[in-house]
Design a protein around this ligand. Structure first.
Ligand code: BG6
Ligand code: MG
Length: 220
C-alpha cells in the first residue's frame, strides 16, 4: 500500500518552467540564435548542465568546459533573479491542498527535485513546512532518469520504495520512479507521460480519496 508521496517541484507544485525558459531564451539570444518553446520542452526535468548541452546543440555551438560553466552561471543568475520575486500565489492550482490532504491522511511527504534552487522556491512560496524530507539537486550526484533522488527521499522517510508514489511532469522523472521501484502519477499529457501508472492534467481537484478511487491497486 502507499505510505508516502514524493513530489517533483518544477512543473508539479510551481510553474517555474517559464522562468527557466525565459533565462535560457535570453542566453540563446546572447549567443545569437533563437530558442523556441518547443526546444524548451526537451529541458524539462533535465539538470542545468545537461540543459545547456541541449541548448548549445540547438544553436550548433561548441564551447569549452570553462565557457560552459560561465554560460550556466549566467543563466542561473537570471533565473535566481526571477524566482527571488516568487510568492505563494505561484503555487500551482490544487498543489497546496493536496499536500495538506496527504499529511492529514497520514502519508509521508518528500520532495525529489533536480533543482539546486529548490530551497529558494520552497521558502518563497511557503511550501517548506509541508515536507518531511527534501532532496534537491544539491544532494544528488546522478540526475533523473537515475532513481537516486527518489531513493534518497524514500530512505529519508524510512519508507520502502514499493510503498511510494511519485508525482512528476517530466518523462525522465517517470522513468526515475520506475527504476526506483515506485508507482507514479504523471502530471501533464498522456502523450509524453504514458509510462506513468496514472496521468492527470494537474493536481487541481486531487485528493487522497480520489487517488484511492482511481488507483485502488496503489492501496492494496
Ligand atoms: C528541474 C527543471 O526541476 O531542475 C529543469 O525541470 C532544471 O528545467 C533543473 O534545469 C535544474 O534546475 P536548477 O535550478 O538547478 O538550474
Ligand atoms: Mg518537473
Amino acid at each position: 500500500t502507499i505510505k508516502a508521496c514524493l513530489f517533483d517541484l518544477d512543473g508539479v507544485l510551481v510553474d517555474t518552467a517559464r522562468y527557466h525558459y525565459e533565462a535560457w531564451k535570453r542566453l540563446a539570444a546572447d549567443l545569437g540564435f533563437e530558442f523556441t518553446q518547443t526546444d524548451n520542452e526537451r529541458l524539462k526535468g533535465v539538470s542545468r548542465m545537461a540543459s545547456l548541452d541541449i541548448l548549445l546543440s540547438v544553436g550548433q555551438l561548441h564551447k569549452s568546459e570553462a565557457e560552459k560553466q560561465e554560460l550556466a552561471a549566467r543563466k542561473n543568475r537570471w533565473y535566481v533573479e526571477a524566482i527571488s520575486k516568487m510568492g505563494p500565489e505561484e503555487i500551482l492550482p490544487g498543489a497546496l491542498s493536496f499536500l495538506k490532504d496527504c499529511r492529514e491522511s497520514g502519508l509521508k511527504v518528500a520532495l525529489g527535485s533536480a533543482s539546486k534552487n529548490a530551497m529558494t522556491i520552497l521558502n518563497n512560496t511557503g511550501l517548506t513546512p509541508y515536507f518531511d524530507v527534501i532532496i534537491d539537486g544539491t544532494k544528488t550526484s546522478s540526475a533523473k532518469p537515475d532513481p537516486e533522488v527518489f531513493l534518497l527521499g524514500a530512505s529519508g522517510l524510512e519508507v520502502e520504495p514499493e510503498h511510494c508514489v511519485v508525482f512528476e511532469d517530466a518523462e525522465a522523472g517517470i522513468e526515475a520512479a520506475r527504476r526506483a521501484g515506485m508507482r507514479s502519477v504523471g502530471i501533464g499529457s498522456p502523450a509524453t507521460l504514458g509510462e506513468a501508472d496514472l496521468v492527470i492534467p494537474s493536481l487541481e481537484g486531487m485528493t487522497v480519496t480520489r487517488l484511492r478511487q482511481e488507483m485502488p491497486a496503489f492501496f492494496i
